[in-house]
Design a protein around this ligand. Structure first.
Ligand code: AMP
Ligand code: MG
Length: 305
């Protein structure tokens, strides 16, 4: 299910003066477990974006056995590429900045709740306790000198599902810039990047109502990313309770902060991605306080009624 829908407003397009009308090229592909859609006046944009997403997926996806993340998870210590090192280092910084709400070492928890293989189940208390022992980004050792990442405990596993898409968006935008392209909208499931504008006006994005089919509002963005983390994308219901894929690394249970959707708007896709996940765990008050500490970051939170 797509959380942020892109408004393909032909009405809006028709309102533009004739001199501003520009043909837009559109293409889409399923990548990083989501539907990636690219809209741009440049016919080369989509190919560039897809190539960057593929490159990042091959480094960071835990679902690709040959990725650096999969190898690191299997071995517990690995010399990685500068890019993978950078993303893990940034993730650890977000762990620190969010007092542990954002934590890529949730891998074993994601597995036992069945969110990795989509065979959802409520794990036994003892299993959660066992997995929690392996959680905590303080147990990731980063050797800056030679890009070696090391886990302190065997069995630890990282999951970059909350940050890889945002990073892939940043990489795509940088690559597009290097290729001389200045206008592009990338919609990657729960996260968009609006690069430049659309024939002189900001890109217009419709936000989906988390509990309905309608839109809950619109965003007009230029050179910004918007990322939404919600409890309605991957979840299961048991005993009338909703268990979603974003886990509280302190309790080992799915986050239960009263938030049903957290949208973060930021100039960096990676920042928007990490903060939307963290805010979903922290709840409205702590989440808003967190967003305020970052320059040019705006958060929109919808709570359970
Ligand atoms: P997102 O949709 O960006 O909020 O990312 C959610 C995904 O990140 C989940 O499907 C897990 O793979 C992973 N994840 C779950 N809980 C956390 C957490 N507290 N911190 C970091 N990553 C998480
Ligand atoms: Mg995220």
């Amino acid at each position: 299910m797509r959380k942020i829908a892109v408004l393909l407003s032909f009405a809006l397009f028709a309102l533009l003066p004739a001199c501003q009308k520009q043909e837009l090229y559109k293409d889409n592909r399923v990548m990083m477990g989501t539907y990636v859609e690219v809209t741009s006046p440049s016919k080369d944009a989509a190919g560039i974006v897809f190539a960057e997403f593929e490159r990042i997926e091959n480094l960071l996806s835990k679902y690709k056995p040959e990725s650096e993340v999969s190898k690191l998870n299997a071995l517990g210590r690995l010399k990685v590429s500068p890019e993978t090192f950078y993303v893990i280092k940034k993730a650890k910084e977000f762990w620190q900045a969010t007092e542990g709400a954002f934590d890529i070492t949730v891998g074993p928890l994601v597995d036992i709740w069945g969110f990795t293989d989509k065979k959802y189940s409520l794990p036994a208390e003892a299993k959660i306790k066992d997995a929690l022992r392996l959680v905590g980004s303080d147990k990731i050792i980063l050797h800056d000198k030679d890009n070696v990442v090391e886990f302190m405990l065997s069995g630890m596993r990282i999951d970059l599902g909350a940050v890889a898409k945002g990073y892939a968006l940043d990489c795509s935008v940088n690559k597009l810039k290097r290729e001389g392209i200045s206008s592009c909208l990338i919609n990657a499931g729960g996260q968009v990047y609006c690069m430049g504008d659309k024939s002189g006006v900001p890109w217009k994005i419709a936000m989906q109502d988390p509990r309905g089919k309608d839109f809950s509002g619109y965003l007009e963005l230029k050179d910004k990313s918007a990322s939404t983390s919600g409890d309605y994308e991957q979840y299961f219901i048991q005993k009338d309770k909703r268990f979603s894929h974003i886990l509280n690394p302190k309790t080992g249970y799915p986050a239960d902060s009263g938030i049903i959707s957290a949208t973060v708007i930021a100039p960096s896709g990676l920042t928007a991605d990490a903060l939307s996940t963290a805010i979903f765990v922290l709840g409205k008050i702590k989440g808003m306080a967190l967003a305020k500490r970052f320059p040019d970051v705006e958060a929109k939170i919808i709570e359970e009624k």
